[in-house]
Design a binder for this molecule. Structure first.
Ligand code: SAM
Ligand code: TMP
Ligand code: ZN
Length: 406
């Protein structure tokens, strides 16, 4: 199947079909099951600008609404990451007279609360009302709205230009990238920067982390595709830093064309991508082959453990796990429940496969024989926290980059 590229309008060619999928963050009550929403999850790459993207778009209001259940502050590692990010901005971009910072997708205020505590003018855009209320309770100024050209123009008129516009794990969620760039153009000061960080296609391909592909993750960026997109709107990619969080991300820094000297890191990452032929059709086809192998290995392992009578549960009801469970056909017969620390997910059923979600206390009551670590990107934090599981003889099942028991 082909569609038109959301960035440049040229042809997007499919390289991976993950089938009919539910909304990845729609945790259900039993009465929701009969009206569950499904769409086709497939990914392709643009033959012209190389942008990797979904072929079908889910309407934004279906995903981001008052009951959106992802609370960014649920991980200690991520809290530390965003405190350091805020501190970095306070020491670099926000040192002028009366600086102004804007965040797109501020969620529960995990980053902006540090900016707010420092007494710096700021505004978070956050369309999901529940998480926005939590941000407000931490002293963060939030507009419960989608960032796009029209809303950005209103903020510029009311507050003046922003010195930094920042977004984490949000720009890749937004198919209307043209409206985002026009909004940034309207709101950003002449010398300001637009900084965003998202899962990196290079890491996804290298680790076969196909579970990064779900409704909310519309784009899978590379330095090459981000540079091309920025240039279309009069901007320039001036920095690209690899980040270890969420399984491997890149933080892109974008400035008005000619406003800043690009760092050598940009050319270095572009060269690495060219060497790897990262968006070449044969690389993407071979990634799709590796995805099928992970699926077959994981299903074979779970079936054999269950046939031996072992108890298997899941850990972390991540949005990513919706892709894994639905693509692999993993239901409550193979994984009896998933534990998760998020109150809004507990007592619900996972999207599509309807596996019960329980609080973390259920994990040790009693410990299972095996636990599939669906929140593998938080492995260090979770395995340290759950040391008692290994001590009781339990074993973790990981499937990134390959299926294995540790
Ligand atoms: N920045 C946080 C982090 O990194 O943990 C939150 C990431 S969360 C995966 C994505 C957030 O983007 C959600 O809270 C969602 O409501 C918000 N969002 C989606 N579209 C948006 C838009 N157009 N403008 C602002 N926020 C948006
Ligand atoms: P994420 O991978 O999209 O950040 O989602 C992580 C999910 O895992 C989220 O629902 C919270 C949950 N979680 C736990 O249950 N325990 C933990 O220790 C951590 C870090 C996350
Ligand atoms: Zn394109």
């Amino acid at each position: 199947m082909t569609t038109a590229c959301k960035v440049c309008g040229n042809r997007v060619t499919e390289f991976l079909d993950l089938g009919r999928q539910p909304l990845s963050d729609a945790f259900l009550t039993p009465s929701d099951i009969e009206r569950e929403f499904f769409y086709r999850l497939a990914v392709g790459h643009c033959e012209s600008c190389t942008m990797v993207q979904l072929l079908e778009e889910v309407p934004r209001e279906r995903m981001f609404h008052h009951d959106y259940p992802y609370y960014s502050s649920g991980s200690t590692t991520m809290r530390r990451h965003f405190e350091q990010t805020a501190q970095h901005f306070l020491e670099t971009e926000l040192t002028g007279p009366d600086p102004f910072a804007v965040e797109i997708g501020c969620n529960d205020g995990i980053m902006l609360k540090t900016i707010s505590k420092a007494g710096v003018r700021h505004l978070g855009f956050e369309p999901s009302g529940g998480v926005a209320e939590v941000a407000r309770s931490h002293g963060v100024n939030v507009r419960t709205d989608f960032f796009e050209e029209a809303t950005a123009v209103e903020v510029r008129d009311e507050h003046g230009p922003a010195d930094v516009i920042y977004a984490a794990n949000t720009i890749c969620h937004i198919p209307y990238l043209d409206s985002i760039f026009r909004g940034v153009d309207a709101l950003l000061s002449d010398g300001g920067v637009f900084v965003f960080e998202d899962p990196y296609l290079g890491d996804i391909v290298r680790k076969t982390s196909f579970d990064q592909i779900y409704d909310e993750h519309f784009f899978f960026f590379t330095a090459r595709s981000v540079r091309a997109a920025a240039e279309r709107f009069g901007f320039e990619l001036v920095d690209a830093q690899r980040l270890p969080v969420h399984g491997g991300e890149v933080r892109y820094t974008i400035a008005r064309a000619g406003a800043r000297q690009p760092s050598p890191a940009v050319d270095a990452l572009l060269a690495e991508e060219a060497d790897q032929r990262l968006t070449a059709p044969e690389t993407l086809r071979s990634f799709a082959g590796a995805v099928a192998t992970v699926r077959d290995d994981l299903v074979r392992l779970l079936r054999s453990l269950r046939a031996e009578g072992r108890r298997v549960v899941g850990y972390g009801a991540t949005a990513k796990s919706a892709t894994v469970t639905n693509f692999c056909g993993i239901d409550a017969e193979l994984v009896s429940f998933v534990c998760d620390s998020t109150p809004a997910k507990q007592g619900r059923l996972t999207p599509g496969k309807h596996i019960p979600v329980k609080p973390p206390g259920a994990f040790s009551d009693p410990y299972p024989d095996y636990a599939v670590l669906f929140a593998w990107n938080h492995a260090e934090e979770i395995i340290a926290k759950e040391q008692g599981f290994r001590e009781a003889g339990g074993r973790w099942i990981l499937y990134v980059p390959t299926v294995r028991i540790v």
